[in-house]
Design a protein around this ligand. Sequence first.
Ligand code: FHN
Length: 539
Amino acid sequence: MFHLPCCMKTETLLFISLIIPFVFLAQEDSDNQWNETEEAYHQRMKWWKEARLGMFLHWGVYSTFGGEYQGEDHGKEMGGASAEWIYLRADVPENVYREAARNFNPIAFNAAEWIRIAKQAGVKYMVLTSKHHDGFALFDTKASDWNIMKATPFQKDIIKAYVDECHKQDMKVGFYYSHEKDWFHHAKAARDTSPLSDEYINLVKTQLKELFTNYGKIDVIWFDTPVGEHLEFNKICAAIVRKYQPECIINGRIGNNLGDYQNFGDRQVIDPGKKGYIESIMTMRLNWGYDHNDDYWKSAAEVIGYISAAACRGSNFLLNVGPTPEGRFPIEDRLRFKAIGEWLDIYGDAVYKTEGSPFAEEHHWGSFTTKPGKIFLHLFNWHGGPIQVKGVTSTITKATYMDTGAPLTFSQNKKAAEVNIKLPYNKEKGQIKVILLEYDGELELDMNQGPDFIPEKITHLTARMVKGKASNIKDISFDIIEEAGTHYTFELSEYTKFRINDQGRITRVLGFNIQEDQQYKIIYTPYAKPKVEIVTHMK
Ligand code: FHN
């Protein structure tokens, strides 16, 4: 048994310092040695760890395509393709893409409104693409004419409006900056590990300096798609940020362990039991950038469940929106942000400024967060009936529903490290509930008698594609000519148009005119309620 005091344990701090040794790196620029003490590092990370919920924004010239080029949909995330990748995936000619910038005229863009929506949703920091892989800068830059001022009719510095408004509304402000991939100024390739040209390195240096000297205080920089071979370049990027804004937090995807916190895969809620500063990143539907064909929206309940699970796993949750080319948030995003805000109005105390559960397993009903004197039981997997909390040995004085404050009947067996709580068998419809347990003294946990439920991974919720040729139309089966990575058995429901068995075979189709010997590609998503559709006849 060990005692976990109100704030973070020494063991935890030690562990963090072990896995994040890079905060002490010596920078290239000798005038700018980065010698932060461990204490200063944790102090710098404090607001970020307490924040728990961020908003990611993917917006740029790609948004004008809405995931589609020449009538073909390229925005379904099949093995990496996504709406914001259209320049590469659809191999759009450079002159056509440049011309598309002429259509990027976001007259409805209203930074005040974006930040107002974020604030209402309970978001504590925002990260907007200042430059994505297409190299287009949403800011006024001297490094290249491929920017909002020179290449579009809009001619207003979007980054300036966004940062100013974040400052005004007291929102922590972040930039996404694609430092490795730049399909305009560097290489039009999915991955390029060759040495970077001096010309490109200078462009990045100029742009980072601009971003960190022209707009006031910047709280987070979100680099992406790191390349291990580019250590020196990654160090240059870090050095510029550290030099001009030493308080700024750098994400892990700068590469080569130079960041302040860890990111894992896209659309992944981190597994329980991980230590350190962690951020899970998730799309509201499939794509990051705006895609007018993508109606694979996650429900508000699903997203709230992820926020709740992420907090229990000690992770921040960065939730993406792809604004329309005009600069609006799609209504579906707004509805979900509204629901998130309503949930956090009630349950915010169980999310912000909390510690995640230190156990690597969870309970079948969910998991918990803690803060001094309080244990919050997040029922994100609860389906009704009494629950048992394993591993807690602090003396529980009170159990209440957080929303109503109504007391709950409970019993405790300290020896077995169990708290049993009576809950109704009939689960009401509605929001995920959180129960507040209050305890005396320090938080005491028994790590040997903790929960033992291994939750399903929440990982890479992306679409998969199979290609097939229709044959034997009577049974409507397909010969799969390209296997998808994983296969799922789908139940036919209002959400599915096809049933696919676990070999990836389509065994039933509703209302679709399939012809013998025609080739098709089929896209499906591995969600709880999957949708499957024939997208195109293959040429
Ligand atoms: O390729 C990008 C993608 O477009 C998007 O920006 C995501 C966000 O995490 N990052 C990259 C893939 O990991």
